[in-house]
Design a protein around this ligand. Sequence first.
Ligand SMILES: Nc1ncnc2c1ncn2[C@@H]1O[C@H](COP(=O)(O)OP(=O)(O)OP(=O)(O)O)[C@@H](O)[C@H]1O
Ligand SMILES: [Mg+2]
Length: 275
Amino acid sequence: MAERRLGARLRLGIRAPRSRPLVAREERRVRRRGDPRHPVIDVRDVSKTYTLGEIEVHALRGVSLRIERGDFVAIMGSSGSGKSTLMNILGCLDVPTAGRYLIDGTDVSELDEDDLADLRSRKIGFVFQSFNLVARTSAIANVELPLAYAGLHRAERRARALRALRSVGVADRARHQPTELSGGQQQRVAVARALVTNPSLILADEPTGNLDSQSTADVLRIFKRLNEGGRTVVLITHEPDLAAQAQRVVHLSDGRIVHDERSRQADERLDGGGS
Ligand SMILES: Nc1ncnc2c1ncn2[C@@H]1O[C@H](COP(=O)(O)OP(=O)(O)OP(=O)(O)O)[C@@H](O)[C@H]1O
Ligand SMILES: [Mg+2]
């Protein structure tokens, strides 16, 4: 239910950027002043309360979280602990009730709807548990969707979508519609759609929740490769085996971060002065 609503909002978020979009302004600022080296994600004491009639649901209760560029972070926690709520805020699909969220140093509360739409469509790639592909539409047309307003010629859009499908190993299914694809193939198409705009941040909410173990391994391998290519990856998962592949694991419980641990591999990478 929540995912369906989110999917609709996500689709609404894909709209024409205005003439001087946020990302272009920011790129100009970075060229002029140099890279300010902000953490890509900086969540400061964020709370989220949903009000349902007389009832208040405290989905997040004072969450602070910084994520550096190029990190691979898994978010774990039991059902209802606030994982998707946090992810929606990270992806600028929802706003906090209290607290601040800065993405690449920009306070999201200062952005208008156009800036937010621009930021979502250019910087962030989303992957959901239920794929959220558009029905009765070919895989390649699904992957082209986020490029629809980027001002690219049709041939260029096709070429980029095909490259994205190839990079996740489903180019041979480009003409198939979602119902003609296996779950694993649908999710790989969804990953291709998330990366076709070359976003620096990939947010995935239980992307392997509906997949068998082989497809889970395939999708995880793709995320790891994207991360090794420099992208920041935030992955919600219930599976400890999957979380163990991340460089950092954050545990939520009842709307709070109760555990935040870097993996030994990640420490070794840092100690070794590697990338
Ligand atoms: N739109 C909403 N309106 C009211 N309550 C909501 C809404 N979305 C989420 N909640 C509530 O907020 C809390 C956190 O929900 P959330 O979806 O973030 O959990 P989750 O950790 O992602 O759980 P799951 O593992 O089941 O996906 C839950 O108690 C949920 O019922
Ligand atoms: Mg969830």
